[in-house]
Design a protein around this ligand. Structure first.
Ligand SMILES: Cc1cc2nc3c(=O)[nH]c(=O)nc-3n(C[C@H](O)[C@H](O)[C@H](O)COP(=O)(O)OP(=O)(O)OC[C@H]3O[C@@H](n4cnc5c(N)ncnc54)[C@H](O)[C@@H]3O)c2cc1C
Length: 417
């Protein structure tokens, strides 16, 4: 079923009776060529690219709940390519290019909106860092513009420029950055994967990963044992738990990250804006709600809800940057479980168990990675070689201590990136 203007017209004139479900609801088979654990953004996109690009037709995505019920449906949807370190920079640049044609690729409106990401800075030192990052982005082939205060004022007149503690010195502007619609990305990839024959099995929690002679042979699930000699883990905040089923201990901690949305307002914030002196970022959704967030809650947890001190901290930072939001009423907040890696960068690698592959460590930045990650992970699983844009996301960097990609240069601690 293809979406097109003609199809919408036809359905509109015939009572919308021709639309079909976007994916099937199949019973699991007893064996697949490849099993992907986790029906979030990364799991679904991996399955999609495995089927579409590598011709693997016998794939199952096993999801313990419903697809999109994890972080892919809980995030604040920022999509950007403003990384500086080699390893991250080429990967996110590649991913952004895939975003730019994702709507066509999936024939599904993922509502990718390149409204621009603006990182505000508040000191000379931060300005230097922004210039350095901007140059790295330009060298990578991406876009970056340094804005001085008068230029910034034209774009964002409502910021508190003369705040005594956090005066605004300017900003780094990334015009191709922006947002997308999280559910649509999930549904678009699910629909695309299903069209290529992938079985998406919901309400199917993996409870054990079985190995023999050092290689994976099957998984136990709440819907029975399913055999496969290739299994990919895409379970984000549950990575530690699921890897433990295969006897592995990962360098991952799970932390809650909260987000917030206000009542719907008339359009007032046209960009994604981040505050340089505290962890706060904001954009306005197409429904009008101001969507914002900040730091993780600083204790490991699997609870998908957060604590009040973090709410206070985020709101304080927001009010320091743009006091006008103080009059908006907050509608709701929620949390997601982050797979925090020690250097803030992801892991896409084989494991010591033959046939078992790992995709995790996305911290709070994995949404923008969804098309890139699916592509490179599919490449790894299909060919057993690293994709040219993902050669540095290796697990052994934590053992050797070299090639760590501590992106913000703030020290290799998860609570600092
Ligand atoms: C509040 C918040 C704001 C964020 N903001 C941004 C942002 O602005 N930009 C950005 O790039 N990133 C952002 N992120 C991060 C991003 O959402 C995640 O990095 C990314 O979604 C993680 O990958 P995923 O989509 O595959 O995860 P998920 O959607 O969590 O998918 C993992 C799936 O695995 C399933 N699973 C777990 N255990 C099992 C099991 N045993 N068996 C079967 N299935 C299992 C889960 O149910 C889940 O559906 C944010 C996250 C949060 C929570």
């Amino acid at each position: 079923m293809k979406f097109s203007a003609w199809r919408i017209l036809k359905e509109g004139l015939t009572g919308n009776k021709g639309w079909k479900p976007h994916w099937r609801n199949p019973e699991p088979k007893s064996k697949y060529d490849i099993i992907i654990i986790g029906g979030g953004g990364h799991g679904l996109s991996t399955a999609y690219y495995l089927a579409k690009k590598h011709g693997v037709k016998d794939i199952a995505v096993l999801e313990r709940g419903y697809i999109g019920g994890g972080n892919v449906g809980r995030n604040t949807t920022i999509v950007r390519a403003n990384y500086a370190l080699s390893g991250n920079s080429e990967f996110y640049s590649y991913s952004l290019k895939l975003w730019e044609r994702l709507k066509k690729e999936l024939n599904f409106n993922v509502m990718h909106s390149q409204r621009g990401v603006i990182n505000i800075f508040h000191s000379d030192a931060q300005k230097d860092a922004a210039v350095k990052r901007g140059n790295a982005m330009i060298n990578q082939g991406d876009d970056a513009v340094l804005l001085n205060p008068p230029e910034l004022r034209k774009l964002l007149p409502y910021l508190d420029y003369d705040n005594a503690r956090f005066p605004i010195y300017g900003a780094l502007y990334h015009p191709r950055g922006g947002t997308a619609r999280h559910d649509a990305v999930t549904w678009g990839f699910a629909r695309g994967a299903d069209l290529h024959g992938v079985d998406i099995i919901q309400n199917c929690a993996v409870t054990n990963i079985n190995t023999r002679n050092g290689r994976v042979i099957s998984v136990n699930t709440t819907q029975g044992t399913i055999h496969s000699e290739k299994v990919g883990l895409c379970v984000a905040g549950r990575s530690g738990q699921v890897a433990a089923m295969a006897g592995m201990r990962l360098p991952i901690e799970s932390h809650v990250l909260q987000a917030f949305v206000t009542e719907g307002l008339k359009p007032c914030i046209d960009h994604v804006i981040t505050f340089g002196m505290g962890h706060f970022y904001i954009s306005q959704s197409d429904k009008g709600g101001l969507v914002f967030g900040g730091d993780i809650d600083y204790y490991p947890s699997y609870a998908a809800r957060g604590n009040l001190p973090t709410v206070e901290h985020v709101v304080e930072a927001g009010l320091a940057l743009m006091p006008m939001i103080g009059t908006a009423r907050m509608l709701r907040s929620w949390g997601g479980i982050m797979d925090m890696s020690p250097d803030g960068s992801p892991i896409i690698d084989r494991t010591r168990i033959e046939g078992l592959y790992l995709n995790c460590g996305w911290c709070y930045g994995g949404f923008k990675a969804v098309p890139g990650s699916g592509n490179v992970f599919a490449h790894l699983m299909a060919t057993d070689s690293y994709h040219q844009n993902a050669t540095k996301f290796r697990l052994n960097r934590f053992r050797d201590g070299v090639h760590l990609m501590d992106e913000e240069g703030t020290g290799a601690q998860h609570n600092l990136h």
